[in-house]
Ligand binder design. Structure first.
Ligand code: FES
Ligand code: FES
Length: 183
């Protein structure tokens, strides 16, 4: 059967068997291997991609069901060579260990922040509750998402922002974003 969809902003069209899962279509037909494939039973969440902005487990979706929809994979998180704040957060807060769950975690975090730019700890944990990190780095993953929420324009914007100078002195007040307390 013929299907077409948008993947990371590009129109793609293929002739596939109707039984092909979205995860296999993304990895094997499109060659986007950043989408990982773990349990194949809708448990681990490592295969999460965004479909029309919503996280879906791509091992649970037929490629045919994604036809006509907008798909975003981890390869589409960075824009114009600039990392998404979520990707920067995972770097800053060491949100990955082996990295296997990381693409799905980051896409879920992006969907959360698009809907709720200021999630609290409980909301972040609830958002990623359908995903398993076998390295069990949940505390750093939560901190990574918190970092992204605190830096919606990314780290580069913080670096570019001049420190405030107190009137009449030469004392610079560091940007609070640079002095946040880490739990
Ligand atoms: S591979 Fe899809 S949920 Fe585990
Ligand atoms: S970082 Fe290894 S599974 Fe999550």
């Amino acid at each position: 059967m013929q299907i077409s969809m948008t993947v990371n902003g590009n129109e793609v069209a293929s002739d596939i068997e109707p039984r092909v899962l979205l995860v296999h279509y993304i990895r094997e037909v499109l060659g986007l291997t950043g989408t990982h494939w773990g349990c194949d039973t809708t448990n681990c969440g490592t295969c999460v991609v965004l479909m029309d902005g919503q996280p879906v487990k791509s091992c649970t979706v037929l490629a045919a069901m994604a036809a006509g929809h907008d798909i975003r994979t981890v390869e589409g998180l960075a824009t114009a060579g600039t990392l998404d704040p979520v990707q920067q957060g995972f770097m800053e807060e060491h949100g990955l260990q082996c990295g296997f769950c990381t693409p799905g975690m980051m896409l879920t975090a992006r969907a959360l922040l698009d809907k709720n730019p200021y999630p609290d700890d409980t909301e972040i944990r609830k958002a990623i509750s359908g995903q398993i990190c076998r390295c069990t780095g949940y505390a750093t993953i939560v901190r990574s998402v918190q970092w992204a929420a605190a830096h919606p324009a990314g780290a580069a914007a913080d670096v570019a922002a001049p420190d405030e100078v107190i009137e009449g002195t030469d004392t610079a007040v560091p940007d609070v974003a640079d002095t946040e307390v880490k739990a």
